[in-house]
Design a protein around this ligand. Structure first.
Ligand code: PMT
Length: 344
């Protein structure tokens, strides 16, 4: 028998799905980080990155996942750090991270960069970096060490959609102390459907009974309480991923009307590395409403040339669209902070 999927409100969701065991510890670290960045006068951006899983069993053997490797988030985090922002990098465990992403095990394996030089004195051989890779590595390593010394990067991990939603709520509430100096860059690919714990099989789902049917409920749209309750003054950037071009702009505008945040960055699955569109209200100060006309939103397309894939160019020399995305957001975030000063 078909039953209507339950539509959880955010409140009902948090009341019925348990928090991750490390939540309290994570919140305290974020609180300290936010406090220090505020004292030191830095803007802070929360970057969410990578995909969430949806477990199908309590003793989880199987889960649903999605394609995201976390490239957008990890790359953008690096550009925010370069621009002087402090970054809370909330990412899917084992997805790409700022700096180390340049040496991903599959595309640029780190061990391939190392040479073993025979020892001159008969003792232990010396490990050195292949000469052609040294300048790229030095640049990445210098940035990495500088960021660690300055204490401007804080990392949090999630795996399931539950972990993600609990963390997002807690972090956004903590960042509300920064007012307009906090930005939210929601690049994670968040599952739209989940299986409530109350309906999960305790043990591994057994085969041998023919077709498997699983009915999932809709994950509550978390942007609404984020904008209205958890962080009223944060500058909120959400992403919209589509595979059908005709849906990208209408869905981006629908999200702005529904949630009333500052900008949606639309991207097509296959062109996302070379083309994105910023969709935002023409009048950033006005409150958006669901009956607003589409003409009241503006589109700003960002494109970069498709890179040379011949292998003659070092990955480090290839232009990354995140550099331009972040540069555009820095301008918009500053204008938005200034706007509050002039209206207060
Ligand atoms: O990691 P890469 O391989 O580089 O890929 C990057 C990316 C394509 C994943 C990224 O650029 C992107 O588009 N991320 C958002 C994809 C997505 O989940 O879109 P959505 O339509 O499901 O959600 C749209 C927005 O609503 C998201 O910003 C999300 O924060 C928000 N949302 C989603 C689910 C939910 N329950 N509540 C929400 O508020």
């Amino acid at each position: 028998m078909y039953t209507e999927p339950t539509t959880f409100s955010a409140e009902a969701y948090f009341a019925s799905q348990p928090p991750p065991p490390t939540l309290q510890h994570d919140i305290e670290r974020v609180r300290e980080f936010a406090k220090r960045q505020k004292q030191e006068g830095r803007k802070v951006v929360l970057v969410t990155s990578g995909g969430t899983t949806v477990p199908l069993e309590l003793n989880v053997v199987r889960f649903l996942d999605n394609f995201s490797a976390g490239t957008r988030g990890a790359t953008s985090a690096e550009y925010f750090l370069k621009a002087g922002y402090a970054v809370i990098f909330m990412h899917r465990q084992f997805s790409l991270q700022p700096f180390s992403r340049h040496y991903s095990h599959s595309t640029n394996p780190f061990l391939d960069f190392l040479d073993i030089e025979p020892s001159k004195d008969g003792n232990t051989p010396v490990i050195s970096v292949t000469p052609s890779k040294r300048s790229d590595l030095l640049e990445v390593l210098t940035m990495y060490k500088d960021v660690h010394k300055a204490g401007t990067l804080h990392t949090l991990t999630f795996v399931t959609v539950d972990d993600y939603l609990w963390l997002l709520r807690a972090v956004s509430q903590e960042l509300s102390v920064l007012g307009r100096n906090a930005m939210f860059y929601l690049a994670a690919a968040v599952s739209d459907f989940f299986l409530p714990r109350q309906r999960m099989s305790e043990h591994k789902i057994q085969s041998g009974k023919g077709r498997l049917s699983i009915e999932m409920d809709q994950v509550p749209k978390i942007l609404k309480p984020l904008v209205d309750e958890w962080t009223k003054d944060g500058y909120i950037v959400s992403f919209k991923l589509e595979t059908d071009d005709n849906l990208l702009l209408p869905k981006a505008k629908a999200a702005l009307k529904r949630y009333g945040h500052q900008v949606v960055i639309g991207n097509d699955l296959h062109r996302r590395k070379y083309e994105v569109v910023f969709v935002s209200p023409k009048s950033p100060s006005s409150k958006t409403t669901t009956d607003q006309s589409d003409d009241e939103f503006e589109e700003y397309w960002l494109r970069i040339p498709i890179p040379d894939t011949s292998g003659n160019v070092s990955p480090h020399q290839v232009k990354e669209i995140e550099e331009d995305i972040v540069a555009e957001l820095l301008k918009r975030h500053s204008a938005w902070i200034d706007q509050a000063k002039t209206t207060s």
